[in-house]
Design a binder for this molecule. Structure first.
Ligand code: ASP
Ligand code: MG
Length: 422
């Protein structure tokens, strides 16, 4: 029996009962002969509460202190989990990200893992312990400061440790039974996938599916680590995410799922001179502010003015920063004005099968039109098509597209076991 890495999210360890239930499950894996490394998130909504608290003492908390604060959430859960395991008569030791050898760059709040040196974890395992590691945190290589990997980063910690320890699988325990064809909170008839390719999962993740983070899937794909997403509440087999299906894993036809995202906003730069270098100047300004953009659309310029509009989408959380950066560069770039719209939503259809099946795009637009949903922006990749609509239309649009592509399950409704989805 090999080494498994298990990750438990905040809703699985939301209270003392949850921690005890998870401890039992971990001990079972150990009893089955595995070496077990556990990555744990902060209890319930702890991280959100810490963020709220920081906001009450400072409108823009310094990155270093903010990270120091947030990592406290995972320290609480890792220590409690180790205690609960010991109480069941098994040896366990908890480790902060830094102690576990998670080395990152020094970009606070969204650090990237650059190396993992899990010497202490190996030793703890060799001595017969279950190792519990605090998720979503590390230590910066140059300054030796505590960093966090960004919201939901515990999944990435788990995959990175699985890769460094050459684990046979990284199990991600969450509050649903696996990866569904749509968010079961919005589409009760969503269907659980048996297997999904890392490629499709990457597209779903970057299109707003919250079950796995993009960075985590990217890491797993690069190091060829199979992920098993499953519920800590049910014990059912979940969804395998890997580069190729294995054993009895069943591949999904044409479409893997429908994702939606209401976390983005749209910025429109109005009255941009239609000449070379303008888009470059706008997006250099945005990049220098360390903002990632998503969709970009440039309108045809009006023949009479030779001015055009450029719209792009970005995380709402970066909206103020983007507007600020563009305002400062207004005279050097040369545009008329800025428009900001945070009442948008994005719906994406994902599946490698669309490469070879004509008509997917047409059916997608027909489903939206039948639901009376107006499309504002469109973008595509080889295996994805996304549209921006009014935020109010998103849920209905997702359900309409899900039904139109025959993804509705005819059996039980998808179960959401916990979590506030906050
Ligand atoms: N506790 C952190 C968060 O809520 C990290 C995680 O859950 O993965 O974002
Ligand atoms: Mg969390």
């Amino acid at each position: 029996m090999g080494l498994v890495v298990q990750k438990y999210g905040g809703s699985s360890v939301a209270d003392a009962e949850g921690i005890k239930r998870v401890a039992k499950r971990i001990v079972d894996a150990k009893k089955n002969g595995h070496q077990v490394v556990v990555v744990v998130s902060a209890m319930g909504d702890t991280t959100d509460e810490l963020i709220d608290l920081a906001g009450q003492v400072s409108p823009i908390p310094a990155g270093r202190e903010f990270d120091m604060l947030l990592t406290a959430g995972e320290r609480i859960s890792m220590a409690l989990l180790a205690m609960a395991i010991k109480n069941l008569g098994h040896e366990a030791q908890s480790f902060t990200g830094s102690q576990a050898g998670v080395i990152t760059d020094s970009v606070h709040n969204k650090a990237r893992i650059i190396d993992v040196t899990p010497g202490r974890i190996r030793t703890a395992l060799d001595e017969g312990n279950i190792a519990i590691v605090a998720g979503f945190q590390g230590v910066s290589q140059d300054k030796k400061d505590i960093t966090t990997l960004g919201r939901g980063g515990s999944d990435t910690t788990a995959v990175a440790l699985a890769a460094a320890l050459e684990a046979e699988v990284c199990e991600i325990y969450t509050d649903v039974d696996g990866v569904f064809t749509a968010d079961p909170r919005v589409v009760p008839k969503a269907r659980k996938l048996d297997w999904i390719s890392s490629g499709d999962m990457l597209e779903l993740a970057s299109s707003g599916s919250k079950v796995l983070l993009h960075r985590c899937v990217e890491y797993a794909r690069r190091y060829n680590i199979p992920i098993h997403v499953r519920s800590s509440f049910s014990g059912l087999r979940g969804t395998w995410v890997s580069n190729e299906p294995q054993g009895d894993q069943v591949e999904h036809a044409i479409i893997s799922g429908v994702a939606h995202d209401v976390s983005e906003a749209k910025v429109t730069v109005v009255g941009v001179p239609d000449k070379p270098g303008e888009a470059a100047a706008i997006f250099r300004t945005i990049a220098d502010a360390e903002i990632n953009i998503d969709m970009v659309v440039q309108n045809v310029s009006a023949a009479t003015t030779a001015l055009t509009d450029i719209s792009f989408t970005l995380p709402k959380t970066d909206g103020a920063k983007a507007i600020d950066a563009l305002e400062k560069a207004k005279s050097s770039i040369g545009f008329d004005s800025l428009r900001y719209d945070d009442q948008i939503g994005k719906i994406s259809l994902v599946g490698a099968g669309m490469k070879t099946n004509p008509g997917v795009t047409a059916s997608f637009f027909e489903a939206l039109s039948d639901a009376g949903v107006n499309i504002e922006l469109i973008s595509t990749s080889e295996i994805r098509i996304s549209v921006v609509t009014r935020a109010d239309d998103v849920n209905e649009a997702v359900r309409a597209v899900h039904t139109a592509f025959g993804l509705d399950s005819d059996s039980d409704e998808a179960v959401v076991y916990g979590g506030t989805g906050r």
